[in-house]
Write a protein that binds this ligand. Structure first.
Ligand SMILES: [Cu+2]
Length: 67
């Protein structure tokens, strides 16, 4: 498993945090997500054989935020 931190812009409240968490968890190969609202950062644990940072970032952008 690989752990990476991704900077996220545009989260304003707990709802945004939940949306981003859900979007990242939906990426195939992601096993854990911890979104820090105040720190504007997500810590993502994923299987590098199945998921890529680019795919995770794309999911964040699709959810309406900037990665
Ligand atoms: Cu919000």
């Amino acid at each position: 498993m690989t752990e990476t931190k991704i900077k996220i812009e545009g989260m304003m409240c707990g709802h945004c945090q939940a949306s981003v968490t859900k979007a990242i968890m939906a990426v195939s190969g992601v096993s854990a997500v911890s979104v820090n609202l105040a720190g504007k950062e997500a810590t993502v644990t994923y299987d590098s054989k199945k998921a890529t940072v680019d795919a995770i970032k794309a999911a964040i952008v699709d959810a309406g935020y900037k990665a």
